[in-house]
Design a protein around this ligand. Structure first.
Ligand SMILES: Nc1nc2c(ncn2[C@@H]2O[C@H](COP(=O)(O)OP(=O)(O)OP(=O)(O)O)[C@@H](O)[C@H]2O)c(=O)[nH]1
Ligand SMILES: [Zn+2]
Length: 433
């Protein structure tokens, strides 16, 4: 078939025809252009894309393997369908399908040869380079021209690739925002998506870090025991994980520990734990309210950027009188409560902390660690309930809980056991001496 270009000297794409293409996402008016190099560009349009209001748009580089065959080596097919779906849902927008950009412009044959290199260990960038080809040969001048020709002046670009936005801007199209199309990584394309993020500047191709999906709430009332404030202080539950040989174990977030948080008025951790783990201390794995977050920080050394200070829940820091006043003021100004209490064994007078909390209306607290805070609480006789998750490992943990030689052995009673996966969760009342 003869080209529509008829040997014209102009190097901009020519308008070939308009035709309706019905898709699973509805009909798209498709404006067809042909580039000087002879590549058809298909603008699949919904609604009126002219005017000043930015248009939802995607520039989609051709990918036969991904778009047509659904190859799991890349994310193209999923992105194409997601873009069509979003434009259809919005009722106004354009997906510009760019043939001739197969394999980031090196063509299908070279892309398939690049895949062979990848099977021998090269990543997607080095594979092109090994073949003596650039990592990316695409140019978006023609795409910008086509957008202009169909009346688009400004776009909300659906892409993870900043080079596309730059290419449009350089050619007179305003890019108002970029809305990434992250896809869930498959084990076959996880490395490819990582390379795009790390070596090609793509923004979050696999989405933001996995935040846990809410599960059905877990009823932890038996683990919690008989929650009742004590004389002048809240009910205190100590919760931690240990290896079978009795060392404090790392604990991945799990629904039971989040449900324990959701069951408590406040959650307490030491500054060491904040520094080491940067926990959020919020309730995310179950539907429930986040408790007041309490940080024991005698020297007020916790970084202002720590996640425990983020505004997704309330936070109070207990420190000593001699704190850095400027830092305290800055934290206060950002909405963090600062309370000064006397110093005590291991840092703060824990009795004073608890009575202050009780005075503020806190009826129950969950102490999550670390080892020093756990030991100090036990040694001070301030624990009412112990919840210990026995992790299925030996020798992996860090310190043991050491309550010191001067403390009499504590007796535990009213046992409750709970099986959660390979973990064994045990809870007891701590008897008063
Ligand atoms: N050379 C080469 N091209 C690839 C490879 N995997 C996918 N492609 C091509 O890359 C192009 C898609 O570009 P990407 O860089 O993956 O993504 P993008 O379209 O620029 O960015 P997004 O807009 O976020 O999707 C398509 O033309 C694919 O054929 C590969 O391993 N090597
Ligand atoms: Zn692809």
């Amino acid at each position: 078939m003869p080209s529509q270009r008829n040997g014209d000297a102009d190097s901009t794409p020519v308008d070939v025809c308009s035709v309706v293409i019905p898709t699973p996402y509805g009909e798209f008016l498709t404006r067809v252009f042909e580039t000087a190099a002879g590549h058809p560009y298909l603008a699949l349009i919904k609604g009126d894309v002219t005017g000043d209001e930015p248009v939802l748009a995607r520039l989609h580089s051709e990918c036969l393997t991904g778009d047509v065959l659904g190859s799991l080596r890349c994310d193209c097919g999923v992105q194409l369908r997601t873009a069509l779906r979003r434009v259809a849902a919005e009722g106004r927008g354009v997906v510009l399908y760019l043939t001739g950009q197969e394999g980031r412009g090196i063509g299908l044959v070279n892309k398939l040869r690049a895949y062979v290199e990848q099977d021998f260990g090269a990543d997607t960038v080095d594979a092109n380079l090994r073949l003596g080809l650039p990592a990316d040969l695409r140019d978006y001048a023609d795409a910008a021209h086509v957008l202009g020709a169909i009346g688009v002046r400004a776009v909300r670009l659906m892409s993870n690739n900043p080079a596309k936005a730059d290419g449009l801007r350089a050619n007179g199209i305003k890019v108002e925002t970029m809305a990434a199309i992250p896809t869930s990584a498959h084990h076959r394309n996880a490395g490819y998506l990582n390379t795009k993020a790390n070596r090609m500047g793509h923004v979050a191709p696999v989405g933001s870090e996995l935040t846990e999906l809410p599960e059905a709430p877990v009823d932890v009332h038996r683990l919690m025991g008989d929650v009742e404030p004590r004389e002048g202080r809240p009910y205190v539950v100590l919760s931690y994980a240990q290896t079978v040989d009795g060392r404090i174990a790392e604990r991945a977030a799990d629904p039971v520990s989040h449900a324990l948080r959701a069951a408590s008025d406040a959650v307490i951790v030491g500054a060491d734990t904040i520094e080491r783990d940067d926990p959020q201390l919020t309730v995310r794995l179950v539907a429930g309210a986040s408790p007041l977050r309490v940080v024991l920080d005698p020297d007020l050394r916790t970084r202002p950027a720590a996640r425990v200070f983020a505004d997704d829940a309330s936070t109070t820091v207990f420190t000593t009188e001699g704190m850095d006043a400027e830092k305290a003021a800055a934290l206060r100004a950002s909405g963090v409560g600062i309370r000064a209490v006397p110093a005590g064994p291991g840092g703060l007078d824990l009795g004073a902390v608890l009575s202050d909390l009780r005075a503020a209306g806190v009826r129950s607290v969950l102490v999550e660690g670390g080892a020093g805070v756990i030991a100090a609480m036990l040694a001070a006789g301030l624990v009412d309930r112990l919840v210990v998750a026995m992790a299925p490992s030996i020798g992996a943990g860090s310190a043991q809980v050491d309550i010191g030689p001067s403390v009499d052995a504590l007796r535990l009673s009213n046992r409750c056991a709970y099986l959660a996966g390979d973990d064994l969760i045990l809870a007891w009342d701590v008897e008063r001496p």
